[in-house]
Design a protein around this ligand. Structure first.
Ligand SMILES: [Zn+2]
Length: 492
């Protein structure tokens, strides 16, 4: 049995300013055996495929895997970029000899110029290349998809967790379905329904209502012996695309009517919970005040989750921490290439400096903030991730300088946007995380996977930004008029 593996992935923030070009992809593109080598032992979709296929003695045919490199504020893929990798994958499959199936690792929130449904289009091109053999797809939970993808493919399987800690597991689920199907023990029948809800990522944590309520219903359905997998992708609100918003997908063993019944049931449940996907969150000023009050009561450490900042330079939280006199906090990075360059070229560890940071990338970033502190770290951090997400992944970052402003207040000034999904990103720049009361992150939900086990509480806020909790500040051109709450039917 020969199963091909390929992938083409992006979560495209179409509100970001720069197009995504081939140059943003090519340095990270993997071909042939390198796809397997780079994924082996790391909890990725592809490692999940490999584990199942290798254990069953299937031959794996790795083709091409393309995902955008880190950093940058990039938006729509150029048509050239899409065509290059979509055609390379289709051609690679066409030239791969006799195949029994194809597993595709996609994201689902790609936006490509001139290609309204990029994932469905890729599957159609793969189909044209390989003919009538099973093509199965794994997707991120932030996928925006519609029936075109389920029409084109034989099985679609979406992450069930946010933070995403089940990429490998969903890869295994897809690969097992593939093996059963190729062997003639399973006849995938799938259905998709869109409830019509668009939600900000910050409301989509899988362990809390409303998503937990929806996922619990899916797990109930999966107890039915004919229901193989029920997926809910709440979608990615920062891609202004026609198929934006939540999708419910069910894969059953040969029972189309049951698949339809499942997706209708789960969609109706999600729709009944729609208002919980838009509840108001505190703004930075009131959020910092409340966090300081909680810390004073001994309820720290607290992660301030500013999910709106996709450029990494937003200063709203930093400004409030300084104005309100908060102590014992560390911001992993304010992205500011110019400030970082100035520090790198003209200063050394131990220097006391005053400089303006952040507030340059977009109208939402807030004004630059003047900080004074002693440089305690300069360098290009290298570390291994230690949390449940991407455990063991080796990270190499661009330049970062960390300033200690006194009172255990730390600001990383970084060439690129910088997060801390686990403590390693802070430890790498010399911060003792055990001394922190407040951990301000530019993140929505992923940080919970590690920081909640660390004992920290997550405190989501609604700051201005390109990825806001309140979607009404964004202007959508392509979203359907009836998409709740952003469509013209609801908002105007
Ligand atoms: Zn995601």
């Amino acid at each position: 049995m020969r199963i091909a593996i390929a992938g083409f992935s992006d979560e495209t923030c179409t509100f970001c300013p720069e197009p995504t070009t081939i140059e943003r992809y090519e340095p990270w593109a993997l071909r042939g055996e390198a796809i397997l080598d780079q994924n082996r032992g790391i909890p990725t979709y592809i490692n999940g495929y490999m584990k199942v296929l290798e254990a069953e003695g299937a031959e794996i045919v790795p083709v091409t895997y393309a995902a955008r490199g880190p950093g940058g504020f990039t938006s729509w893929l150029t048509n050239d970029c899409y065509e290059k990798y979509a055609n390379e994958i289709a051609d690679g499959l066409r030239n791969a000899g006799k195949l029994d199936g194809v597993l595709l690792s996609l994201h689902g929130a790609m936006a490509a110029t001139g290609v309204p449904k990029p994932e469905a289009e890729l599957v159609r091109r793969c189909r044209a290349a390989v003919g009538n053999i099973p093509i199965m797809v794994t997707l991120d939970l932030h996928a925006n998809e519609d029936h075109e993808l389920t029409d084109a493919s034989d099985g679609v399987f979406v992450l069930k967790t946010y933070p995403h800690i089940d990429s490998e597991e969903i890869g295994e689920i897809a690969a097992r379905c593939m093996l059963m199907t190729v062997r003639g023990h399973f006849w995938p029948a799938q259905a998709l329904r869109k409830p019509g809800i668009v939600s900000a990522s910050i409301y989509q944590a899988s362990g809390y209502p409303p998503m937990k309520t929806v996922f619990d219903r899916c797990r109930e359905w999966e107890k039915n012996g004919k229901v193989y997998c029920v997926s809910v992708a709440p979608g990615y609100a920062y891609a202004d695309v026609e198929d934006i918003g939540m999708s419910v997908i069910a894969v059953t063993n040969g029972d189309q009517a049951l698949a339809e019944k499942v997706v209708n049931d789960v969609s109706d449940l999600a729709w009944s919970l729609r208002e919980a996907f838009t509840r108001p969150l505190p703004k930075p000023k009131e959020a910092v005040a409340e966090v300081m009050r909680l810390v004073a009561q001994g309820k720290g450490p607290i992660v301030i989750a500013d999910g709106a900042d996709r450029t990494g330079d937003s200063t709203h939280v930093l400004a409030e921490l300084l104005a309100q006199g908060a102590k014992n906090w560390a911001i992993p990075g304010i992205a500011d290439p110019q400030a970082a360059k100035l520090l790198q070229e003209h200063h050394k560890v131990g220097d006391k400096v005053t400089l303006s940071v952040g507030g340059w990338a977009s109208e939402f970033s807030g004004p630059p903030v003047l900080i004074t502190g002693t440089i305690e770290y300069m360098g290009e951090p290298q570390y291994e991730m230690i949390g449940p997400m991407m455990k063991g992944a080796k990270i190499r970052e661009g330049f970062v300088a960390r300033l200690n402003l006194g009172d255990s207040r730390h600001v990383g000034v970084s060439a690129h946007m910088r997060g801390a999904l686990d403590s390693a990103a802070l430890t790498a720049i010399g911060v003792d995380v055990n001394t922190l009361d407040i951990i301000p992150l530019k993140d929505r939900v992923h940080h919970r996977a590690y920081w909640e086990t660390f004992g920290a509480t997550s405190f989501p806020i609604d700051a201005p930004g390109i990825g806001p909790a309140n979607l009404s500040i964004l202007h959508y051109d392509n979203a359907p008029a009836d998409a709740y709450p952003i469509g013209s039917k609801w908002s105007r």
